[in-house]
Design a protein around this ligand. Structure first.
Ligand code: HEM
Length: 610
C-alpha cells in the first residue's frame, strides 16, 4: 500500500498536471520608486559585508568571525582532522576540503553569521523586546501576517518546491532537533498541554497558543512543542560568557551528504561494498533504500516493522513522501552511474567505482542546482552578476577561493531559505493528523538561534536601514507594515524571519532584497568555498577532463534525472521544475541530453594501479 502511495505520489509529481503554488505570484511586483536598486557587489556580496561587519581589513590574516567554526574556542565542536592527505575525492565529513582550515564545512560546527547574536542575556536566553517586554507570540504573528491562503502558481510545479528541501538537507541540520519524529524532550505534550519540563528545562521554549487562535484555543490547546537547538555552550565549547552558537550536524558543502552520509561511519552503513553501489532492497523489480534498523524511533508512526522506513545519508528521509521519492531517485542515480562505470572499466574495484560515481553524481547535482534550480529563485542575471554562475563558459571556472568560508549562514538556514516553506502545498495528506505551524516554528527558531534583527540584517546587506516602521514601506506593503507596528513595540524588535518574508520580490527572483542578499551570499560561498566544485580545474588531481566537464554541463538536467530513475517515465518536459506548456512540451526521454559516461573509460588503467 505504501509503495503504491509513493508511486502515485511519484506519478503526480512527475506528470505535473497540477500546478502547485507559491505564496508569491510569479508576476514580479516592481520595487517602489523610492526603493534603491539591489546593490550586490561583484565577487560575492557578503565578503564586503562581512568585512564591513567585523572590520576585517584583508584576508591575509582575518580574525575568525563568530560561527565560522575556526574560532579556537569552538573547535572542540567539530573535530579537526590531525592531517589532510592529498585526496582526489572529498571526504565524507567535508574535512580537508579547505586545506588551511580543514574543519570548515564539517558536521557539528556552528552556523556562520552575518550579524551578531541577539540573546536577551547576551549569552543564550531567548531574545526579548528592546522595551524589556516579551516579543510578540510566534503563533499570533503567523496567524496575523501569514494566514492560510492557496495560491496556485502558473509556472512552477511541485518539484520546484520539493527540490529545495533536497538542497536544504544537503547543507544543514540543526543539532538536537528531531524534525522527522517527535522530539525526545517533551515541553508540550501530545495533547497540547504544557509539560513539567516547560517550566524549568532551559532547552524548552514551547510556543504558546494565544487566546485569539480560532483553531487551537477553543480546543483548550495550550502550546506546541519546541525544543531549542544544541549549541557550543551546551557542549562546553564556548567561554562562559560568550554567545551560544547553534550547531549544524551535516556537512555544509553541496556534496550530496544526504545521499552519502556526513561521516565515514554513516557512509559505510549504506554501501553495498560491491560494484561501487549503495545498498538497496529490491521490491517489485525496482530498487529502494534499505530499511532503517531502528524503525520504532525513526518512524514512530509505523505500525509494523515491515513498513518502509528508509535508511539513507540523511535522517530526515522519511519526513514526507515527496522528499522520500527524490531521495530514492538520487540513490538510484548513484547506482546507475556506478553500473555504467563498472561496464566501461571492468578492472575498477568497488572503492574506485563508488568514489568516481559519487564524484560524477555530485557534479550533476551541483550543475542542476546552480544552472537550473537556483536561477528560478535567485534570478539568472543576479547570479551572473555576482559570479554564482558562468553561462556559456567553455572549460574550467577556477574561482575557488580558500579564504571563502563555505559554512552555512544562520541567516540562510533559519531565515532566508526557510522562506520557501511558503511553497509547500497546503493539503499534503499525512499519516497522521498532527497539525503544527511551521511558520511559527521558524519564527521561534530564529529567536532560539539569536538571529540579528531585520534592521541589523538590512544594514549588513548594505540596504537602507529602516529606523522607523514607516521606513519599511520601501520593501513591505502598507498593510503589512501596519500589522508589524501593532505587533512589535519598536522597529528594532522586528525580526528577520518575519519581515524578510513580507518583502516584495525583486524582479525575476522569488525573494525580497534582504533574503536575496542572504541567499546570494550563501550560494556564492557554497560554490567559491568548495575546492571540489565541479567547474574548478585548478588541481588536475581533482578536476574533470574538459570533455567530461562539457558532458556534465550538457547532459545534466532535472528532467533526465527523473527519466533515468523514476518508474515508467517515457515522456518528460525538458524543464522539469516548470509545468508542461506549449514551450515546455513533453518529449521522449531518449531525446533529452545525457552525460556520456563512456568518457570515464580509463584506458590508462590509472586507478587500478593504486
Ligand atoms: C515538503 C515539505 C517540508 C516540510 C514538511 C518541512 C519541514 C521542516 C521542519 C519541521 C523543519 C525544522 C523546523 C524547526 O524545528 O526549526 C524544517 C527546517 C528547514 N526547512 Fe523545511 N520543510 C519542507 C520543505 C522545505 C523547503 C521546500 C525548503 C526550502 C526550499 C525548506 C527549507 C528549510 C530549511 C533551510 C530548514 C532549516 C534546516 C536546518 O538547518 O536544520 N524546507 N523544515
Amino acid at each position: 500500500g505504501y509503495f503504491r502511495y509513493l508511486s502515485n505520489q511519484m506519478q503526480s509529481l512527475l506528470s505535473t498536471v497540477s500546478p502547485f503554488g507559491y505564496q508569491f505570484s510569479s508576476t514580479n511586483i516592481p520595487i517602489t520608486s523610492n526603493a534603491p536598486a539591489l546593490r550586490l557587489p561583484v565577487n560575492g556580496f557578503g565578503h564586503e559585508t562581512v568585512a564591513a561587519t567585523y572590520g576585517v581589513p584583508n584576508y591575509s590574516n582575518p580574525p575568525p568571525p563568530p560561527g565560522s567554526g575556526s574560532d579556537p574556542a569552538t573547535q572542540t565542536c567539530g573535530l579537526p582532522p590531525t592531517f589532510c592527505p592529498k585526496a582526489r575525492y572529498r571526504s565524507l565529513d567535508g574535512s580537508c576540503n579547505n586545506i588551511q582550515t580543514p574543519v570548515w564545512g564539517t558536521p557539528q560546527t556552528p552556523y556562520g553569521r552575518l550579524v551578531q547574536y541577539n540573546y536577551a542575556d547576551g549569552v543564550s536566553a531567548m531574545p526579548v523586546s528592546q522595551t524589556g517586554r516579551q516579543l510578540p507570540n510566534p503563533r499570533e504573528i503567523s496567524l496575523r501576517l501569514f494566514p492560510d491562503k492557496q495560491l496556485i502558481d502558473p509556472v512552477w510545479n511541485l518539484n520546484a518546491q520539493q527540490w529545495g528541501q533536497i538542497i536544504t538537507h544537503d547543507m544543514s541540520l540543526t543539532a538536537g532537533v528531531a524534525q522527522t519524529h517527535k522530539d525526545l524532550l517533551t515541553c508540550c505534550d501530545d495533547n497540547g498541554r504544557l509539560a513539567p519540563d516547560a517550566a524549568f528545562n532551559p532547552t524548552c521554549a514551547p510556543i504558546l497558543i494565544p487566546p485569539t487562535d480560532a483553531i487551537h484555543a477553543p480546543q483548550g490547546t495550550q502550546c506546541m512543542n519546541f525544543v531549542r537547538t544544541t549549541t557550543t555552550r551546551d557542549r562546553g565549547c564556548t567561554a562562559p560568557n560568550a554567545p551560544a552558537e547553534p550547531l549544524s550536524t551535516v556537512t555544509a558543502y553541496m556534496d550530496l551528504s544526504l545521499v552519502y552520509g556526513s561521516s565515514a561511519q554513516q557512509g559505510a552503513a549504506i554501501r553495498a561494498y560491491s560494484g561501487g553501489r549503495l545498498a538497496t532492497l529490491v521490491r517489485s523489480g525496482r530498487e529502494w533504500p534499505p530499511q532503517d534498523p531502528n524503525i520504532t524511533l525513526t518512524c514512530e508512526s509505523a505500525v509494523s516493522v515491515n513498513e518502509p522506513c528508509y535508511l539513507t545519508g540523511d535522517i530526515r528521509v522519511n519526513q514526507n513522501p515527496q522528499l522520500t521519492i527524490l531521495q530514492i531517485i538520487l540513490l538510484r542515480e548513484h547506482n546507475r552511474i556506478a553500473d555504467s562505470l563498472a561496464k566501461v572499466n571492468p578492472y575498477w574495484d568497488d572503492e574506485t567505482i563508488y568514489q568516481e560515481a559519487r564524484r560524477i553524481h555530485i557534479a550533476e547535482i551541483q550543475h542542476i542546482n546552480y544552472y537550473e534550480y537556483l536561477p528560478i529563485f535567485l534570478g539568472f542575471n543576479n547570479m551572473v552578476k555576482n559570479k554564482l554562475i558562468y553561462p556559456g563558459a567553455k572549460g574550467y571556472v577556477n574561482d575557488y577561493n580558500p579564504r571563502v568560508n563555505p559554512t552555512v549562514l544562520d541567516e540562510h538556514a533559519t531565515a532566508a531559505f526557510r522562506h520557501f516553506h511558503t511553497l509547500i502545498r497546503g493539503y499534503l495528506q499525512r499519516n497522521n493528523t498532527f497539525g503544527g505551524d511551521l511558520r511559527a516554528t521558524d519564527i521561534q527558531r530564529g529567536r532560539d538561534h539569536g538571529l540579528g534583527s531585520y534592521k541589523a540584517t538590512r544594514a549588513a546587506c548594505n540596504l537602507p536601514v529602516p529606523h522607523t516602521f514607516h521606513d519599511m514601506l520601501d520593501f513591505i506593503s502598507e498593510q503589512n507594515v501596519q500589522i508589524l507596528q501593532t505587533l512589535y513595540d519598536t522597529p528594532e524588535d522586528v525580526e528577520l524571519v518575519v519581515a524578510g518574508s513580507l518583502e516584495r520580490n525583486v524582479p525575476s527572483a522569488q525573494a525580497g532584497p534582504t533574503f536575496l542578499c542572504i541567499l546570494t551570499e550563501q550560494f556564492y560561498r557554497t560554490r567559491a568555498g568548495d575546492r571540489y566544485f565541479y567547474e574548478n580545474g585548478a588541481d588536475p588531481e581533482i578536476a574533470f577532463t574538459p570533455s567530461q566537464l562539457e558532458s556534465i554541463r550538457h547532459g545534466s538536467s532535472m528532467a533526465r534525472l527523473l527519466c533515468d530513475n523514476a518508474d515508467h517515465i517515457q515522456l518528460m518536459q525538458p524543464r522539469a521544475f516548470e509545468q508542461i506548456s506549449h514551450n515546455n512540451k513533453l518529449v521522449p526521454c531518449e531525446e533529452l541530453p545525457t552525460v556520456d559516461l563512456s568518457l570515464w573509460a580509463d584506458s590508462r588503467n590509472y586507478y587500478k594501479k593504486k
